[in-house]
Write a protein that binds this ligand. Structure first.
Ligand code: CP
Length: 313
């Protein structure tokens, strides 16, 4: 679509910012497309002639490579930028950046530690904007996690998933996913690191079955999947590392904790892992771990996100 047509308003762009912004049917469609892509059932090059800008203001291995490879496999072109190499990184407003990039590219993917920046970019872009992680959410990760659960255990609806550790950005997207994919979610966090009460209330108002615990053994009891993540996220204050480690040590995903879950419980971690901190070697490398399937599924699930956002599926 030409820049002029985009400005003329051929419909609002389909942003992928937060799972709660999008209805369950659309999210399910994205997963179905992702699975078709994984099975090699997508014909042709649906992104041929499309250019996609990726801006990463924070480090990334999985998200950046899986998006870049996925776009190329679908026939698209990628312009990949480190935040510090852009004027956005030097203080140009997200609004002006959005207006300019919308005249060059067909979609914008942003990783930032300021969700306000993502929202401002999306508010002023005339092309779809995709959230590649912010300080408060990581919806692309949850698309891969749901896909991974269902590949191994069938439909996730009604199943108990447990989170142990920090109530961080991935945990918050898990809460949103519980509302949209209709699974039961039990989160164990130290009270100081619990996810925001407003988010819990919002997800519950959308039908999410979410329970909060401080005891990880209570949270994981009988769960079909146990998930954890790093104790220090990219947006966390590094001065608080010792205090966070002390708070989170009882939440480590180790063999003793995993034994409290269902005997066939899956283990997930979005990676990168800090082995010996939030998860032990024996668990992440053990027979119940699906962390590398989860990492692979970023590639497939995000193809569904891209094709949905661009109105091509
Ligand atoms: N899980 C995840 O987002 O990994 P990266 O930080 O490597 O992209």
């Amino acid at each position: 679509m030409s820049a002029a047509l985009k400005r003329a308003g051929a419909g609002a762009p389909r942003h992928f910012l937060e799972l709660l912004d999008i209805d369950s049917g659309a999210l399910r469609r994205m997963l179905d497309i992702g699975l078709r892509a994984k099975r090699g059932e997508l014909t042709g090059k649906p992104l041929a002639g499309k250019h996609i800008a990726m801006i990463f203001e924070k480090p990334s291995t999985r998200t950046r490579v899986s998006f870049e490879v996925g776009i190329r496999q679908l026939g698209g072109e990628v312009v990949s930028l480190a935040g510090k190499d852009t004027q956005l990184g030097r203080g140009e407003s997200p609004a002006d950046t959005a207006r300019v990039l919308s005249r060059y590219v067909d979609a914008i993917i942003l990783r930032t530690d300021r969700v306000a920046k993502l929202r401002e970019l999306a508010a002023h872009a005339t092309v779809p904007v995709i959230n590649a992680l912010t300080d408060v959410s990581h919806p692309c990760q949850l698309m891969a996690d749901v896909m991974t659960f269902e590949e191994h255990r069938g439909p996730i609806a009604g199943q108990v998933n447990a989170w142990t550790g920090d109530g961080n950005n991935v945990a918050r997207s898990f809460i949103q996913a519980a509302a949209r994919f209709h699974f039961r979610l039990r989160l164990a966090t130290p009270p100081e690191l619990a996810p925001p009460a407003e988010l819990i209330a919002q997800a519950r108002a959308e039908g999410a079955d979410v329970e909060l615990f401080t005891d990880p053994f209570e949270a994981v009891r009988g769960a079909r999947c146990v998930v954890t993540d790093t104790w220090i996220s990219m947006s966390d204050d590094k001065a608080s590392i010792r205090q966070r480690h002390n708070l989170l040590a009882p939440y480590q995903l180790n063999s003793r904790l995993l034994a409290a879950a269902a005997p066939d419980a899956l283990v997930m971690h979005c990676l990168p892992a800090h082995r010996g901190e939030e998860i032990t070697d024996e668990v992440i490398d053990g027979p119940q771990s699906v962390v590398f399937d989860e990492a692979e599924n970023r590639l497939h699930a995000q193809k569904g996100v891209l094709l949905w956002a661009l109105g091509l599926a």
